[in-house]
Design a protein around this ligand. Sequence first.
Ligand SMILES: [Zn+2]
Length: 263
Amino acid sequence: MDNIYTHLVRIAKSDRTQRLNTITDILTECGICHRLQHFETGTNAVISYSGHNDFDIIFMAHHDIASGTIQGANDNTASVAVLIALSEWLQTQNLHYNTHIAFTDHEERIGAMLSENVTNEDRFRIITSIGSYQLLKTFSAARVKAVINLEMSGIGDRVFIAESSGNVPCSAALNSRIAAAADQLRIRHSSVRISNSDLLSAHVRKMHGTVIGALPAGEYVKFGSYPVPQAWATMHTPQDTIDKIEQPALEMMLTLLKTIVDK
Ligand SMILES: [Zn+2]
């Protein structure tokens, strides 16, 4: 799957309103069946493969980028490109569970929910405008084994496994399974606390979930309410560009995901 980087460059260089079209063009060119889920405020792209057992594993990455961003290379085009490569590979696999890959819209609105001045009605309006919530609404929580959300998959020599995202705790059982998969592959991993993400939608829908991505080494700097590695400080700025992406990070993430997929 040496195409991950090529996919990333193509999506990141698209006009921001054309990003989803570029993603679906790539999926079509790769022969990957997908569907679009339109909702009032946006659109998700979803790929589904059936397994032998009627339970669901959902991988997701937001395809929208923050308003101050031009390419959004690491947040979150890298994760989208990794999941496209995973989808290509899944086409040839015999799967234990139904496996879904989703590219979700409007993750970047989640931050608005944190504001102290937001009323409960506003919170409800915001959550229903978020793609991951609209996606997970279409699944029955009792059948969903895991929701694995990817963020920041393009820079770093190790993997982060989030302990929490905003106020939402990640599934400890799921995290230890992912950590075991990383150990098996000799991929280094660290537990981190990250800011709000699409994990919120899994929490609202009462599904087990976590957030993973690539983690750069080096010093942490203050960024919003959480310290982040220096290389993440370009997040939500025009400096989140493709020249900073490390191809080995993309490959590392794909390798780990292949191991996580339960056959
Ligand atoms: Zn993001």
